[in-house]
Design a protein around this ligand. Structure first.
Ligand code: RAM
Length: 907
């Protein structure tokens, strides 16, 4: 006998068959799939996991590393490995089977695997290598019209060869850089990651990647070669404040490589090849390659055969410089998905804006670079410049890039068709200006490569309003373009920093759109590395360019982000890992503000950043966040079973709420400052006594009316605006804001052609044209935080806050005015949740699917005299549906797994 469901999508630490895991006890996860889609209410009552050190062993159904035995549990996520201790490089194959409600057991799943990384510092035998002087400029190359930009340097090429005595059974390459790297073995690029090892605080922690290179090696002569870029390590990152100081060399002066190749032969013997003084290095064609400046590549300087076992000799190769490892700097496995090219775009139009200057429109504000195809004579210089917008005359608008050059230059070698892609740079752009091109360029000359941390897509949202559909697209494009190893504010100007305020307001939306659990697991480590000794979280993580501690709503990301990851994925480890850091942040705030109003240590104090003629008092905003931190900390402590702390923080939260109300709220519920954001944060953060909440909500609505039905919130208020309105019984006002197309609104930018979320509501207006170019990005995700409301309220897909992680789901859709249908899907950690509604005269149809081994409470908008059917039967007779209770205007039912179609006929 087998069950009606099968375990699928086995993952370890949120990843598919990962290698390079350094959590000593990795967490395992699977989803359950109904064998037949018509089956309902499927439940797991027990599981058994087998983990084996060999694939063959697992075939035999033996778990020599771990046999969990039959565990009575419905848990299918975050199962902590509890077998024998795992060693560096250990391969683990695993399978799982489950028992259902009738105690029938399923077959074992197909096997999945994970592989441990290098677990101790002693595992690293290689040394850092680089070039003695990687900067000897190519004087012959004129970097005009770039002007002088200090800190640019040529990319070192490094290589070694090795003779392997026999056929290779298994080979793993462990590699990292101070800077960014690209590795080649025997002329072939290793892996498909870009900008590895990713951005961390290189003074404290450097990530490495693990690659299976078994198939790339051969018996006999082999070459291992690498190119280094400056990246975040010593290239340009962040802004150049008032021309003071440099925005490069944040961590060091020259890039370095650390590499280790572990080889196992067929006879069981092994060998390790490392980066050391046997390597050679040379400068090659990359004159410079820098995130902000772009890349200049002189193909005439290519090093023939640089990555092949045999190469043409040239006197440009020289011994490398070798540096010892610093035991104070941790070398850790990258825990998240690498940065990859995930899509290519073909340009839509090409216009010659002045003689020889062509502007390509990619049709989409994107992040990455373009591939250039060109044919011409040696020495011809082709230049590509990148911009998000156009000037009225059709030329590219670059003033908002500030000091970022975003320019790639390719100098031809003159040998037939040449193809160029830059190596270590990325640009934010919709338009590409091509100049110096020999001949008449065609659309085919350029291809756009979209690049970002390869977080798997999880959400989709569609409705009857095309503008809203475009909004959802813009939100997703903003997320793609800005999730590049860290969640950045923008991808184009001289900034591209891990701004905490932006991240905390957007993280919830981000979790609906893509699986960002591993991404934020990584970034929270950056946040905690950036915590100051006094407990202050930063404004930006990693902490560069801006050394101050975090402002209200910025520093608080240190609590809000892990809390949100816990809500969305049920992950308690991220809470446990950072608990002490969160406590220290709250202690820091509390010690500085014993009166419980956030008066001191507001640092850069951005307030409700980029609001529209609505200045929210900064102390009030800070105090609201201080209270929210205490509230979330009490819940976090509760989730971790730290009950005494939970009580303590609950008391602190209550006291901050009282202080807030005393200081800023009158007896009619008016809040000083009176902006929309004042009311939004007070309500969202639950700071008001119960009797004042409806009054405050009413004042919020009045404020919106005063603005002629428009929002005025900035970064901080915007994310909670529609949720607060909806929770307070004003969903129709939230829908009005969503549907607006007049300024300021989401619709306004879309009406004017936006394909990403703008930094500012007034980034461009019909009255004033472009906003101040000193700060005007057209690809910032913060104002896109309305995405959470679309999924969680409009489509109604939410977790039960009491049981985070979507094993118990809350479905509470809002069929808003002006929309005739909504269709959304969200791939939760337990599987796909779908929610759709449709209006047909006075009939409302709700079609929902929840995965096996989950349950949901669905709150249907209906009064108790409405007729409700599920499929063809009255709801009372429906299989898998149980009535729970009636609320005002809602009927609540509990459902088991499966697909349901509810029809509500208004009486
Ligand atoms: C801007 C950034 C970011 C914001 C800060 C306060 O420079 O782009 O989005 O968080 O300012």
């Amino acid at each position: 006998m087998t069950t009606n469901m099968i375990p699928v999508r086995l993952r370890c630490e949120y990843l598919d068959n990962p290698s390079g895991i350094d959590a000593p006890q990795p967490r395992l996860n699977w989803q359950l799939e109904a064998v037949s889609p018509t089956q309902r209410s499927l439940k797991q009552t027990a599981y058994q996991i087998l983990v084996s050190s060999s694939e063959a062993g697992l075939e035999e159904k033996q778990g020599d590393l771990w046999d969990s035995g039959k565990v009575l549990s419905n848990q299918s996520s975050h199962i902590v490995y509890a077998g024998s201790a795992l060693t560096s490089g250990q391969q683990c194959w695993w399978r799982v089977r489950v028992w259902d409600a009738q105690d029938e057991v399923s077959d074992f799943s197909p096997s999945a695997s994970w592989e441990m990384g290098l677990l101790t510092g002693a595992d690293w035998q290689g040394k850092w290598i680089g070039l003695q002087a990687s900067k000897p400029a190519y004087d012959a190359i004129d970097v005009e019209p770039m002007g002088k930009l200090p800190g640019l340097q040529a990319s070192p090429y490094l290589r070694t060869t090795t003779n392997l005595p026999q056929a290779v059974r298994k080979a793993r390459l462990y590699v990292t850089a101070k800077g960014v790297y690209e590795v080649h073995i025997n002329g072939q690029r290793v892996g498909d990651a870009y900008f590895a090892p990713g951005w961390t605080d290189y003074h404290q922690r450097i990530q490495y990647q693990t690659y299976d290179v078994t198939a790339q090696l051969q018996q006999g002569e082999n070459s291992i070669a690498a190119i280094l870029g400056t990246g975040w390590y010593c290239g340009h990152v962040g802004f150049w404040i008032d021309g003071q100081g440099n925005n490069y060399q944040h961590y060091g002066t020259d890039p370095r490589l650390l590499l280790q190749l572990h080889i196992e032969y067929n006879d069981g013997s092994s060998q390790t090849i490392v980066s050391d003084d046997s390597w050679q290095g040379a400068l090659g064609p990359i004159v410079f390659s820098d995130f902000l400046a772009g890349e200049t590549y002189d193909a005439r300087h290519e090093l023939d055969g640089w990555d092949l076992p045999t190469r043409a000799t040239t006197d440009r190769w020289q011994p490398v410089l070798v540096e010892e490892l610093n035991p104070g700097i941790r070398i850790v496995a990258e825990p998240d998905q690498p940065i990859r090219v995930t899509q290519t775009l073909t340009p839509q139009t090409i216009t010659e804006v002045s003689p020889g200057i062509f502007v390509y429109d990619m049709g989409q504000n994107m992040v990455g670079w373009v591939r250039l195809q060109v044919e011409g004579s040696a020495g011809t210089r082709v230049q590509l410049r990148f911009a998000e917008m156009l000037n009225p005359d059709g030329s590219i608008y670059t003033t908002n890039l500030r000091s970022a050059r975003q320019t790639d230059s390719y100098i031809l070698k003159g040998q037939g068709q040449e193809v160029f892609e830059p190596h270590f740079t990325f640009h934010g752009f919709r338009y590409v200006e091509l100049s110096g091109y020999p001949g008449q360029p065609t659309l085919e000359a350029l291809t756009g490569l979209v690049t970002h941390s390869d977080t798997p897509p999880t959400g989709s949202f569609e409705c009857s309003n095309l503008m809203v559909n475009q909004l959802q697209k813009n939100i997703v494009w903003g997320q793609r373009g800005n999730f590049i190893s860290v969640p950045t504010d923008c991808p184009q100007r001289d900034e591209r920093l891990g701004w905490m305020g932006d991240a905390q307001i957007f993280v919830h939306t981000a979790c609906y759109n893509m699986d960002v659990a591993a991404f934020f697991t990584k970034w929270m480590r950056d946040v905690v590395d950036a915590q100051a000794p006094d407990g202050g979280f930063p404004d930006v993580a990693p902490r560069v360019a801006l050394k101050t501690n975090g402002a209200p709503a910025w520093g608080d990301a240190g609590i809000i982000v892990p809390w949100t990851i816990y809500q969305m994925y049920g992950d308690t480890r991220i809470l446990e890992e950072h608990y002490e850091a969160m406590v220290r942040w709250l202690d820091y705030l509390h010690a500085a503000n014993p009166e419980l109003l956030w008066k001191n240590k507001r640092n850069n104090d951005y307030g409700d950043w980029l609001s529209i003629e609505a200045d929210t008092p900064k102390e009030l905003l800070g105090t609201a966040y201080f209270g929210y931190d205490a509230l979330l900390m009490s819940r976090i402590a509760r989730a971790l079973g730290r009950d005494a702390d939970a009580e303590k923080y609950q008391r602190l939260f209550t006291a901050i709420g009282e202080a807030f109300t005393r200081a800023y709220v009158d007896e009619e519920g008016y809040i000083s400052g009176g902006t929309q954001t004042c009311y939004v944060v007070a309500l969202q953060m639950q700071l008001l006594p119960e009797h004042l909440r409806p009054l405050a909500a009413r004042h919020l609505v009045k404020e919106i009316e005063k603005k002629n039905g428009h929002l005025s919130t900035g970064f901080v208020g915007v994310g909670y605006l529609c949720p607060v309105l909806t929770n307070s019984g004003y969903s129709e006002v939230a829908f009005q804001l969503l549907n607006n197309e007049t300024f300021p609104s989401w619709g306004y930018s879309i009406k004017h052609g936006a394909t990403t979320i703008w930094e500012r509501w007034d980034g461009w207006t019909t009255d004033k044209g472009f906003q101040n170019p000193a700060m005007n990005s057209f690809n910032h995700y913060s104002l896109g935080s309305v995405g959470q409301w679309l999924f969680q309220y409009v489509a109604g897909i939410n977790t039960d806050p009491e049981q985070p992680g979507y094993q118990h789901i809350q479905l509470r859709p809002y069929p808003g005015d002006d929309l005739s249908y909504v269709k959304a899907e969200f791939m939760s950690i337990h599987g796909k949740i779908a929610s759709a509604w449709q209006k047909d005269g006075s009939t409302l149809t709700f079609t929902v699917t929840i995965p096996a081994n989950t349950t949901a409470t669905i709150a249907l908008p209906a009064t108790n005299n409405a007729q409700i059917f599920e499929g063809t039967v009255p709801v009372a007779d429906a299989d898998g549906v149980a009535f729970v209770q009636e609320e005002e205007e809602r009927m609540l039912f509990k459902i088991g797994s499966g697909t349901y179609c509810f029809r509500v006929y208004a009486s």
